[in-house]
Design a protein around this ligand. Structure first.
Ligand code: ADP
Length: 206
């Protein structure tokens, strides 16, 4: 029931369930685990593996990546500098909504500059934002060339490719840095799972 003594723009304000109720229901703490790194560094692979592992342990997780964002809410955006900023701004706003609903969000976007990541921190809030640096050297990403993008970029078919034409500004103090070069996918995923679980309440299996 809303408190008749309190005046809000939205009359149902007092009736809307808050974050604490959602987190109690889910028995977990929401937050955004913001994976940043070069194309091919391993963001999507690690995020998918972490999502599966946490799900199996009973956690409610949402993965945000180019596939479900660029073709949906951001289908109108291209790759100009302004559109890249708007892309991340919307991702951050969506991630915030999920986190405030108690959901563990894994976001997988190159987000190459400090400025763009700072914008995400500002939107999401320092408390809920965990910067995860998927720290893979350019040479390795280029060797992997999962989507053939480096070859195309080197051939001049993709302009402004991060790592080739545009710099990737490494995070200075990430919450966690995953050095994937000599690790298996499972090992890298396990490192992130451990970090996420360390922030969770004790009510589940950890
Ligand atoms: P991104 O999402 O950062 O563009 P992807 O996840 O699409 O990168 O590609 C990373 C590639 O690197 C995959 O083919 C994956 O199997 C491989 N890989 C090798 N070792 C690792 C590791 N330790 N962690 C993540 N990916 C790895």
């Amino acid at each position: 029931m809303s408190d008749p003594g309190k005046r809000h723009i939205y009359p149902i304000f007092g009736d809307i369930l808050g974050r604490a109720e959602k987190e109690d229901l889910l028995e977990q703490k929401g937050g955004v685990f913001w994976l940043t790194g070069l194309s091919g560094s391993g963001k999507s692979t690690i995020a998918a593996a972490v999502e599966r592992q946490l799900h199996q342990r009973g956690y409610f997780v949402k993965l945000l990546d180019g596939d479900n964002i660029r073709f949906g809410i951001n289908a109108d955006l291209g790759f100009s500098p302004e559109d890249r900023v708007e892309n991340i701004r919307r991702v951050a706003e969506v991630a915030k909504l999920f986190a405030q609903t108690g959901i563990i969000v894994l976001s997988s976007f190159i987000s190459p500059t400090k400025a763009i990541r700072e914008m995400a921190v500002k939107i999401i809030g320092q408390e809920d934002f965990h910067e995860i640096f998927v720290d893979t050297p350019l040479e390795i990403c280029e060797q992997r060339d999962v989507k053939g993008l480096y070859q195309k970029a080197r051939a001049g078919l993709i302009p402004d490719f991060t790592g080739i034409h545009q710099p990737f500004e490494s995070p200075e103090k990430p919450a966690l840095a995953l050095k994937t070069a000599d690790k298996t996918v499972d090992e890298s995923a396990e490192e992130l799972v451990r970090y996420i679980l360390s922030l969770q309440p004790d009510s589940k299996d950890n």
